[in-house]
Design a protein around this ligand. Structure first.
Ligand code: HEC
Length: 169
């Protein structure tokens, strides 16, 4: 689902540039976010043991592979072996098109166990600076979403799908 993926990628981008997160292993956050995304979206890929969206299913397989790679790359700790095994088990569930609630439960459990073993902050430590946010919006987002959020820019008119108009309630 491109829209959710885009939101996810912008989140990741934000986390990567925030100094508070720079000291943390980015793989843990990325793996957790992929797992969260899989827990929510797998239901759009598989139903009744059958693929209902080939592109979503391909994405789920790709993400579960990425999670396994990131788990394998974690610094050694006693908990790591079990996490890697859970990652393999999750991939096996997806490969055999298991039920969405089963996959969601396994993804959430793995995400929680990952954070327990390799703690990282998942939210900002302090309230966001709105003035800086406004400046960043003008710098990085306004070309498509519009200076006032109406998504009425020349760039916006060229895009399909069009950018979201934030001003449209
Ligand atoms: C190059 C053009 C472009 C720029 C620059 C851009 N966006 Fe977007 N944005 C889009 C398009 C196109 C969509 C709609 C994607 C879709 O419908 O799949 C979108 C959608 C969104 C959404 C809606 C996601 C959802 O799930 O509905 C949010 C939020 C968003 N953008 C935030 C931002 C932010 C924040 C920035 C700046 C950091 C930004 N965008 C910069 C083109 C852009």
């Amino acid at each position: 689902m491109p829209r959710r993926l885009l939101a996810l990628l912008s989140l990741l981008a934000l986390f990567w540039v925030t100094p508070a997160f720079a000291a943390q292993p980015p793989d843990v956050q990325t793996a957790w976010q992929l797992l969260d995304y899989m827990a929510v979206d797998y239901g759009g890929a598989v139903g009744n043991g059958k693929v209902v969206s080939a592109s979503e299913y391909a994405e789920m397989r790709e993400f579960s592979g990425a999670v396994s790679e990131k788990l394998a790359a974690l610094p050694a700790k006693p908990a790591k072996t079990k996490l890697v095994a859970q990652g393999d088990a999750l991939r096996a569930l997806i490969d055999r098109k298991a039920a969405p609630d089963q996959v969601a439960a396994a993804a959430r459990k793995l995400g929680a166990d990952l954070l327990a073993a390799y703690p990282v902050p998942l939210g900002p430590r302090k309230a966001p600076d709105l003035a800086r946010g406004a400046a960043l919006f003008q710098q990085d987002c306004a070309s498509c979403h519009g200076a006032t959020g109406h998504a009425d820019t020349p760039m916006a008119r060229q895009l399909d799908p069009p950018p979201i108009a934030f001003a449209d309630r």
